[in-house]
Design a binder for this molecule. Structure first.
Ligand code: SAM
Length: 222
């Protein structure tokens, strides 16, 4: 199977290691090859948003803070990132996040019931610049079909990228998926305005200062 990531080496800081120890048991959900009941996972019934590849979790923690009524099921394979998000969970007293430190594609295929998600966040997925690596990109027809199938009717798929060719690929793949409809009906080019819940991260602010663009694409399951 072609994976959308390569495991990077990275040092876990002391703070992250402490967070692993203190908060891991409560907030890390072990991967399992069977559908997991979200009410059991989160200890309450609420709409579930899946996040694929949260990196260091900066945006994730901010979003979970402004949307306390949503349960966020967040996947990341980079261990220091998992530690960093746990640390933020502790600092901000967040209760509405669960982390699966595993390939999100397998989590989607096995742990999440079809038509069960209120939303999916894919923020700044690895752009895989080289042509021979394009097959590793997350946003391609086959996976987008499976993402769409796991959304409940009206559920949304929100992608953001700062790599223009990937932004166009994202838009055209989503447009070609019959289960999805673009929410950006008033926009001339099909890209959406940044929804207010998605914060501008430090990394993104730096890019914007350097004159780089950022493109949001938001579609809904029909
Ligand atoms: C470029 S980073 C962006 C991180 C974050 N969303 C942000 O906006 O800063 C992409 C992240 O996606 C993760 N990733 C890629 N494919 C994944 C997968 N299939 N499952 C879980 N995480 C994945 C990578 O490990 C990496 O940390």
């Amino acid at each position: 199977m072609i994976r959308t990531f390569v495991r990077r080496a990275g040092r876990t800081t002391t703070g992250q290691a402490k967070a692993f120890e203190a908060l891991g048991p409560q907030f890390i959900v072990p991967y399992q090859a069977a559908v997991a009941d979200p009410v059991t996972l989160f200890g309450r019934k609420a709409p579930v948003v899946l996040e694929i590849g949260f990196g260091m979790g900066d945006a994730t923690a901010l979003i979970a803070g402004v949307l306390p009524d949503i349960n966020f099921l967040c996947c990341e394979v980079h261990e220091p990132g998992v530690g960093a998000l746990l640390k933020r969970i502790g600092e901000n007293d967040l209760t509405n996040i669960r982390i699966v430190a595993h390939d999100a594609v397998e989590v989607l295929d096995h742990m999440v019931a079809p038509a069960s998600l209120a939303g999916i966040h894919v923020f700044f997925p690895d752009p895989w610049h080289k042509k021979r690596h394009h097959k590793r990109r997350l946003i391609q027809a086959q996976l987008v079909r499976r993402l769409a199938e796991h959304l409940e009717p009206g559920g949304y798929l929100h992608c953001a990228t700062d790599w223009e060719p990937y932004a166009h690929q994202t838009l055209s793949v989503l447009q070609a998926e019959p289960l999805l409809a673009n929410t950006a009906t008033l926009s001339a080019d099909g890209f959406a305005p940044r929804p207010p819940y998605r914060p501008v991260t430090k990394f993104e602010r730096r890019g914007l200062r350097l004159g780089h663009g950022v493109w949001d694409v938001v579609f809904r399951r029909v």
